[in-house]
Design a protein around this ligand. Structure first.
Ligand code: CA
Length: 505
């Protein structure tokens, strides 16, 4: 039995993590004491490890001992030989992968059924899409008036969301990688939180013509306003208000229904991570993810650069060969994308990471991957693609918080769970975002921004399963409209930064 000063992630781990600075002689277990002082969040050996033997945390090999390590000794970054990361071409599916997921305590939520079927909404929002940044100013003025003059008439609509973005013109629209922002904007329209209503504001001379976003049946005057066809500013505002009024009236007819969790699609992300993220918040999110997947829900995780060095472990959770091929293709694409700017793909841990107890890139990646739980990975999506499967899905996106968020929205998430250690007020206008802190100090100082404190795990007051279950229930409460995360209560909203790897002209 471990004392409260240390955390062991899995039974097969031969190391544990110190939750605060502790002196030599501190009890690790009933029979083991530290041989030397151990800094906060650093590793202590639970048993003797011979030279060349693996050091195991998260049930995976972080590295191999360069010299014998005694039980109770501090393990730092200089004592490990980095394991070989398998080449992308060697990634293989694992048809035998199976795992016993925890038993979910609920199987339904109250969502908005989508008229086209598929995933249901967690909010009932009017989205106003745009083809180009040039229309943003006009649209923002119109949205202010919609909120003031129209929304009060429609109490069953939660809000109006302008889909403003930096794409649409002055771009190499036919460049191969332009497929990414165009696909993202096209798929964003289908987000279940927008209820199948379609409203687009275009300028008239931009490269991203409405037909690139819409089908011929959708590209009609009932759905598209072209500002250059309006007789001046007042007419533009009037046209937008008129169309919004019609769409809002239809959205106002929608009601929540009790639905199986197979209708729910959520995203996981972390940002501003610290040494505790991989011990507290991300494993709790992983446990919640396992509960959700066991209940039939779909959970996406992303952030290519943060899984790259643990990608072989993701491959071991893919039972289907085609899923691994797609995973490898997305990793290769990102490797090339980074190499184009002569960036080192290994993205080694910073001095701050190492001071915080992260010995190497494998350990850093493990902390990030922990938020995906243990479920099999049933599908891999290119940036902004929509899923065809249900279950745990890797949706390839950059790790940047405000880019990952919009790209997951394009892939169809209707709620995001966001783990943070340093703290960020990040939020999305188009879906609620639940904030989970990795340490209690952040919750204490940001009590009105952090929804769940996973830091209590480090203090031994709660377990990963307990916080994960609390998070599962909060996801269902927020998805069902019974609760609002803090950031949603304050209407915080980041800009929609659509991933555009193609040239700007
Ligand atoms: Ca991130």
């Amino acid at each position: 039995m471990l004392e409260k000063q240390f955390i062991q992630i899995l039974p097969q781990d031969n190391v544990a993590i110190s939750i605060s600075d502790c002196p030599a002689g501190t009890a690790v277990t009933e029979t083991l004491r530290t041989l030397e002082s151990i800094p906060e969040a650093h590793k202590v050996a639970l048993k003797a490890i011979a030279a060349g033997e693996p050091v195991i945390r998260y049930g995976v090999i972080l590295g191999y001992a360069l010299a014998p390590i005694a039980a109770g000794q501090w393990i730092n970054e200089f004592m490990l030989e980095l394991p070989q990361t398998p080449a992308i071409s060697e990634l293989k599916a694992n048809p035998g992968y199976s795992v016993q997921l925890p038993h979910p305590p609920a199987l339904t939520f109250a969502g908005y059924r989508h008229p086209k079927g598929g995933f249901a909404g967690t909010r009932n929002l009017l989205a106003i899409h745009t083809t180009v940044q040039c229309v943003t100013g006009v649209l923002n003025v119109a949205v202010e008036r919609i909120r003031r003059e129209l929304l009060p008439k429609y109490p069953h609509v939660d809000g109006v969301v302008p889909i403003n973005h930096a794409y649409g013109c002055g771009v190499a629209i036919n460049a191969p990688d332009a497929v990414i922002p165009i696909r993202a904007l096209r798929n964003l329209k289908e987000n279940p939180n927008f209820g199948g209503e379609l409203m687009v504001v275009a300028l008239g001379c931009e490269k991203l013509t409405p037909d690139k976003l819409l089908t011929p049946e959708e590209n009609t005057p009932e759905n598209v306003i072209t500002l250059q066809e309006c007789a001046g500013f007042a007419a533009m505002i009037e046209a937008i208000l008129q169309m919004a009024d019609q769409k809002l009236a239809r959205l106002n007819e929608r009601r929540r229904e009790t639905l199986p969790l197979s209708n729910l699609c959520i995203g996981m992300q972390c940002g501003g991570s610290d040494a505790f993220s991989g011990i507290t918040s991300n494993p709790s999110a992983g446990y919640a993810s396992d509960l959700l997947v066991a209940a039939g829900a779909t959970v996406m995780f992303s952030e290519v650069t943060e899984v790259r060095d643990g990608v072989h472990l993701l491959a071991q959770r893919c039972t289907d060969d085609s899923v691994v091929k797609k995973l490898a293709a997305e990793m290769a694409w990102y490797d090339n994308y980074l190499a184009g700017s002569e960036v080192d793909r290994s993205a080694n841990p910073t001095p701050g990471n190492k001071k915080g107890g992260l010995s190497n890139i494998v350990e850093k990646a493990m902390g990030s991957i922990a938020k995906s739980g243990t479920a099999p990975i049933v599908e891999v999506l290119s940036p902004g693609e929509r899923p065809t499967q249900r279950g745990l899905i890797f949706a390839a996106t950059p790790a940047s918080d405000f880019v990952c968020g919009p790209m997951q929205l394009a892939s169809g998430i209707t709620l995001q769970v966001f783990m943070t250690g340093r703290g960020t007020p990040y939020n999305l206008a188009a879906s609620p975002v639940i904030k989970v802190s990795s340490r209690s100090n952040l919750k204490n100082s940001w009590s009105d921004l952090i929804d769940v404190d996973a830091g209590v795990i480090a203090g031994g007051e709660s377990s990963i399963a307990e916080v994960g279950t609390e998070l599962f229930h909060l996801v269902l409460d927020v998805a069902s409209g019974r609760k609002m995360p803090y950031a949603e209560q304050y209407n915080l909203a980041n800009d929609l930064c659509i991933f555009n790897p193609a040239p700007i002209t």
